[in-house]
Write a protein that binds this ligand. Structure first.
Ligand SMILES: [Zn+2]
Length: 290
């Protein structure tokens, strides 16, 4: 069974605002246990979290072993003040503040650093990404600071230019990576950056009536094309469903993401080989700094 390489234990797959409300005073331990039970029920023994703003992931890191789960966490994601990311983490306004957040994550037992370099998908409009991209020199400095401390970097990044900047900056994984093109895939193939497309998010929203289905279907088709191309090009790829996001249940999410990959790459042997290699990379790279 493959692991879940992108989850948010703080969220419930239904309504993120309500889910987060439960943790405002202190992390809802019952919710965390329900999530781990869902992973256990599906035989998932590896979970990499994407962070949250309320200490839920931190709390979960102390409980995971009770469920036989190897759980990796950045504690919180780090975003530029005013840009996207407040629901999953903490903001910085200067590099000094960013470095202090890295130190804080370190002190809390983070296994790696998660950064946000762009906004999220606008599911109402194909090709549109919310917010603005961090400048390439900023990303380079952020990655450098994290690497200097011995941390791998998980980068929430969408869009061609931003993905190229993230790869050039040396991030260890690109999360979502929507709207990439052949140039990005070539850059990924030459790099040691793992592509974690989280295709399930758009796929599971189809038919829910919240966004235009034709936009969602186009986004999913593009993801499938990129997954197939990435595997063909020999890129590192891994399964992460963004479990906890709306429409993506914990446990089931990773089966859904596997179904996306299987639809994109019908050659099962090549798919399994690529995913095994990708997960091994995530497991070894995104581990606690020494
Ligand atoms: Zn996420």
């Amino acid at each position: 069974m493959f692991g879940e390489c992108h989850a948010h234990l703080a969220m419930d797959g239904i309504n993120y605002k309500q889910a987060m409300m439960r943790h405002v005073k202190s992390p809802d331990v019952r919710h965390i246990r329900t999530c781990f039970e869902a992973y256990q029920a599906k035989g998932v023994t590896f979970v990499r979290d994407g962070g949250d703003a309320y200490g839920v992931s931190h709390c979960a890191s102390h409980i995971a072993s009770e469920y036989g789960i190897d759980y990796r966490t950045p504690i919180f994601a780090i975003h530029e003040q005013g840009n996207y990311g407040s629901i999953v983490g903490r903001p910085f306004t200067s590099m000094r503040e960013y470095a202090a957040l890295v130190d804080e994550a370190d002190a809390l037992g983070a296994d790696f650093i998660k950064i946000m370099t762009t906004g999220i998908m606008d599911f109402n409009e194909y090709g549109r990404i919310t917010h603005h991209n961090l400048p390439a020199p900023t990303i380079r400095e952020m990655v450098h600071i994290a690497h200097e401390k011995g941390f791998a970097v998980m980068s929430h990044t969408n869009g061609k230019r931003a993905v190229l900047d993230a790869i050039e900056a040396g991030v260890d994984s690109v999360e979502h990576g929507n709207y990439i093109d052949d140039e990005c895939i070539a850059a990924l193939a030459e790099s040691r950056t793992c592509y974690v497309p989280t295709a399930t998010v758009a796929r599971n929203l189809i038919g829910c009536g919240q966004f235009p289905d034709e936009v969602l279907k186009r986004i999913v088709d593009t993801s499938y094309e990129n997954i197939a191309k990435a595997i063909d090009a020999g890129c590192l790829v891994a399964l992460g469903s963004d479990a906890g996001a709306v429409g993506v249940p914990h446990g089931q999410g990773i089966l859904d993401e596997y179904a996306c990959f299987a639809a994109a790459m019908p050659n099962r042997e090549r798919l399994e080989e690529a995913l095994t290699q990708g997960e091994a990379f995530i497991r070894t790279t995104f581990s606690r700094a020494l």
